[in-house]
Design a protein around this ligand. Structure first.
Ligand code: FAD
Length: 386
C-alpha cells in the first residue's frame, strides 16, 4: 500500500493551496458577487467536473488529483465548485455513464456552468426504502412517454429546472426491479405540480410532486427502457458516496477542537476534562477510519470499476458521526447551544445547533441506516437476506 503522492500530485496540491490563498477571502469579507466570481474562476481552471472528458466540458484530470482538490477545498471551507449539487454529484455521473452522446452534450455543460438545478424523483408516498416497488407510470405513446403518479420528499423541487425521474414502464414483471425506466424531465412541463412540504425546523426544502399526463420525449430516457434500476443503483452509489464524503469532516473536527479550546467545564478549560478529550479522540479515530475506507472507493475507481454497495459504509458512519459531533458541541456550549442563527449569543453562528437539528438529511436522505445495514450485510458480507 502506497499512500505517498507523486511530485506531480504534490505540485497540484500546492497549486490548489496558492489558488485558495489568492481567491478565497474569509467568509465575512465575501461580498455580493463573490460566489459568481468564484464559480467562474474554478470553472476556468477546469476544476468543475474535474475528471470528466474535455469533450463535454470537463477537466479530464486524474481521480487522485480530484481527491486532492476536494480535500483542499474542504479544509479551506471553500464554497462548492458549482451550484448544481445533484447535477454534479449523481445526475451528471449518471448521464456520463448511461447517457447518449447527444444527452451528454445537452446536459453536462449546463451542469458544469451552474446554469441548471436538478432534483431527484425516486421516493413515493408508500415506496421509500422499498424503492423498486414504485408505482408512478410512464406509458409509451409514439415518441413520448406519458407520466402519471406522485413523488414525495423531492429536495429542491420548487426551484429545480429538471428532475431525474423513476417511473414504471412495465407492471407485469417477475422482479419488481425490472420494468423501471429513468427519465430526464423538465420541471416546467405541463402537468407537473409542486407542493412544498415544511419540515420540523420550518424549512421548505422538499416537496410533493404530482404528474398528470406529463409528456416526455423518448429522447429524454436515460439508459434502456425497463432497465432504470441499474441507473438508479449507480446514481444512489454516487449520492451515498457524496453524503459519506469524509473531507468536510476534518474541517468540522478542527472547528470542534476550537470550540473545546474556547469552552469551560466546571470552571476549568474543557480540554482538561478527560471525558472531553476521549470524545474528541473517538471522533478523530472514526474520521480516520472513514478516510481509509474512502481510499478503498478511490482505488476501485482507479481500476475503472464503478462505485457500488461499499458506499453504504461511509454513508452510515457519516450520519451517526455528524449527529454525535453536533450533539456533543451543543452539550459543550450549555444554554447557548439552544440558540440558532440570528441570535447574537449563538455559538459559531448557530451552525452546531443547526447540524444537531438537521439530522434527517444525513440520516434518512439517500436511504435510512437500516437500509444501509441491509446492503452491507447482504451485498458486502454475503449474509442471508432478511
Ligand atoms: C432530508 C431528506 C431529503 C430527501 N430527499 C429526497 C429526494 O430528493 N428525492 C427522493 O426521491 N427522496 C428523498 N428523500 C426520501 C428518502 O429517500 C426516504 O425518506 C427514505 O428512503 C426512507 O423512505 P420512507 O420515508 O418511505 O420510509 P420507510 O421506507 O417507510 O421506512 C420507515 C422505517 O422503516 C425502516 N425500514 C423500511 N424497510 C426496512 C427493511 N427492509 N429493513 C429494515 N428496516 C426497514 C426504515 O429504516 C425506517 O426506519 C429525502 C428524505 C429526507 C429525510
Amino acid at each position: 500500500m502506497d499512500f505517498d503522492f507523486t511530485p506531480h500530485e504534490q505540485a497540484f496540491r500546492a497549486e490548489v493551496r496558492s489558488f485558495l490563498k489568492a481567491n478565497l477571502p474569509p467568509p465575512k469579507e465575501r461580498g455580493a458577487g463573490f460566489l459568481k466570481n468564484w464559480l467562474a474562476k474554478v470553472r476556468a481552471k477546469g476544476w468543475v467536473g474535474f475528471s470528466w472528458p474535455k469533450e463535454y466540458g470537463g477537466g479530464e484530470g486524474s481521480l487522485i488529483e480530484q481527491a486532492i482538490l476536494k480535500e483542499e477545498m474542504a479544509l479551506a471551507a471553500a464554497p462548492p465548485l458549482g451550484t448544481s449539487f445533484m447535477g454534479l454529484a449523481w445526475v451528471g455521473p449518471g448521464i456520463m455513464r448511461y447517457g447518449t452522446d447527444e444527452q451528454k452534450r445537452r446536459f453536462i455543460p449546463d451542469i458544469l456552468d451552474s446554469k441548471v438545478n436538478w432534483c431527484t424523483g425516486y421516493s413515493e408516498p408508500n415506496h421509500g426504502s422499498d424503492l423498486a416497488a414504485i408505482q408512478t407510470k410512464a406509458d409509451r405513446i409514439g415518441d413520448n412517454y406519458v407520466v402519471n403518479g406522485q413523488k414525495i420528499w423531492t429536495t429542491g423541487a420548487a426551484w429545480a429546472d429538471w428532475i431525474i425521474l423513476l417511473a414504471r414502464t412495465q407492471f407485469d414483471v417477475e422482479r419488481k426491479h425490472d420494468g423501471i425506466t429513468c427519465l430526464l424531465v423538465p420541471m416546467h412541463s405541463p402537468g407537473i405540480e409542486v407542493r412544498p412540504i415544511e419540515n420540523m425546523a420550518g424549512d421548505r426544502n422538499f416537496a410533493e410532486v404530482f404528474f398528470t399526463d406529463v409528456s416526455v420525449p423518448v429522447a429524454n430516457r436515460l439508459g434502456e427502457e425497463g432497465k432504470g434500476w441499474a441507473v438508479t443503483i449507480s446514481a444512489l452509489a454516487n449520492e451515498r458516496s457524496s453524503i459519506g464524503e469524509v473531507t468536510q469532516m476534518f474541517a468540522r473536527l478542527d472547528a470542534l477542537k476550537e470550540l473545546v479550546r474556547n469552552s469551560k467545564r466546571r470552571g476549568q478549560p474543557a480540554g482538561q476534562d478527560s471525558s472531553v478529550r476521549r470524545r474528541i479522540a473517538e471522533f478523530e479515530t472514526k474520521i480516520a477510519a472513514m478516510k481509509y475506507n474512502g481510499l478503498r472507493y478511490l482505488t476501485k475507481q482507479l481500476r475503472g470499476e464503478p462505485l457500488s454497495s461499499e458506499t453504504s459504509v461511509n454513508k452510515l458512519h457519516r450520519a451517526s458521526l455528524e449527529i454525535d459531533m453536533a450533539d456533543f458541541a451543543v452539550e459543550l456550549t450549555g444554554r447557548a447551544g439552544l440558540l440558532s442563527r440570528g441570535s447574537e449569543q449563538a455559538v459559531a453562528g448557530g451552525s452546531w445547533t443547526k447540524s444537531a437539528l438537521g439530522w434527517p438529511s444525513v440520516v434518512i436522505g439517500g436511504g435510512t441506516p437500516n437500509i444501509q445495514r441491509n446492503i452491507i450485510a447482504e451485498r458486502i458480507l454475503g449474509l442471508p437476506k432478511d
